[in-house]
Design a protein around this ligand. Structure first.
Ligand SMILES: Nc1nc2c(ncn2[C@@H]2O[C@H](COP(=O)(O)OP(=O)(O)OP(=O)(O)O)[C@@H](O)[C@H]2O)c(=O)[nH]1
Ligand SMILES: [Mg+2]
Length: 309
């Protein structure tokens, strides 16, 4: 292509091209991260059956010929016990909502609770909000009329710009949602290169992958009492990634549970994490994960700052 044709194409593209920010908010466990991963077509944000999986805002970028969507996945808004961690998570949500072009408020089909209402109260009045009713694949959402009545009930409580009923897990009606969001993005040239899927560093993604495995392989409460720190992340001359990750726990007893009998549990966690990392980074990975005791971290604000929360 000669330079003139290139410049012509570029200017045509920038004339109609759209690019902007979309915040994804909702109470814990409604499927915000699953939705973002499907919207961008890659697993960037970790998900689990337990709530409060997402702790940091995670940016996922989806680019096509007509628009670039910059999604911001947020932690589920906490309404239960107050501690430094929960306050920080909530602050994260509020900050994510300011300055976006459109917000997506995710609820679970057939289940609208006080926790949803608390998030709804945080929604900005000056920014369009699209209601997303997720998990429509579930049996309880199979009755079309009941689902419609549910959507109308939620819509009666807030002035939404539009709504879409989807299944994030099965990728149902995700394309419709993208089309519905597009008009709210301002006309602009893309902000990120078209092959970029997140603005998070590889270090951050590695840490998140380990956290996801902690959620999968530890009991109900334990993952919340832990944090993950990347101590080393290096690429060797052969292109192999050497990654050293510490899991911070409160007490020796938690360390013992994490390690498991004969080291089995920690081994399983690190093997699965390594396989996910190899897929995401498209490289061979050497991964070492170990446990480190550090008490009271959830209430230590300075420590949370160090971790970037
Ligand atoms: N059946 C069904 N399950 C879903 C769907 N979307 C998400 N889930 C499940 O719901 C659970 C929570 O999903 P996440 O994506 O981690 O939820 P989240 O809103 O990001 O949760 P937090 O980060 O903790 O606030 C996981 O077990 C998902 O597999 C869906 O469309 N259908
Ligand atoms: Mg999440």
């Amino acid at each position: 292509m000669d330079i003139e044709t290139f410049l012509n194409n570029e200017s045509q593209r920038s004339e109609n091209y759209r690019c902007g920010f979309v915040a994804i908010v909702g109470r814990p466990n409604v499927g915000k991260s699953t939705l973002m991963n499907h919207l961008i077509g890659q697993k960037i944000s970790i998900t689990s059956k337990k709530s409060q999986t997402t702790r940091n805002r995670v940016t996922g970028i989806y680019t096509d010929d007509t628009a670039q969507f910059v999604f911001v996945d947020t932690p589920g808004f906490q309404i239960n016990h107050r501690n430094a961690l929960n306050d920080r998570l909530n602050q994260n949500v509020t900050e994510a909502l300011s300055g976006v072009d459109v917000a997506v408020f995710v609820v679970e089909a057939m289940r609208f609770t006080d926790a949803d209402r608390v998030v709804m109260k945080q929604l900005p009045s000056h920014t369009p909000v699209v209601l997303v009713v997720n998990k429509i694949d579930k049996d309880k959402a199979k009755d079309k009329y009941a689902l419609e009545a549910f959507v109308n009930e939620v819509k009666a409580e807030f002035e939404f710009a539009g709504h879409e009923a989807v299944s994030a897990k099965h990728g149902l009606r995700i394309a419709n949602l993208l089309e519905q969001l597009k008009p709210y993005l301002p006309e602009s040239i893309p902000m990120y290169p078209e092959d970029m899927v997140t603005d998070k560093s590889s270090r951050f993604l590695a840490m998140e992958i380990v956290r996801e495995k902690l959620f999968r392989y530890l009991g109900e409460e334990l993952p919340y009492a832990m944090n993950v720190e990347v101590e080393q992340f290096e690429e060797s001359e052969t292109g192999m990634l050497n990654i050293y990750i510490a899991v911070l726990v409160d007490k020796d007893s938690q360390k013992a549970i994490l390690i498991g009998k004969g080291g089995e549990r920690l081994k399983k966690i690190s093997t699965e994490a390594r396989l996910d990392m190899e897929k995401l980074f498209n490289a061979k990975v050497f991964l070492k994960v170990w446990a480190k005791v550090k008490s009271g971290w959830a209430d230590d604000i300075r420590f949370l700052r160090e971790l970037g929360l």
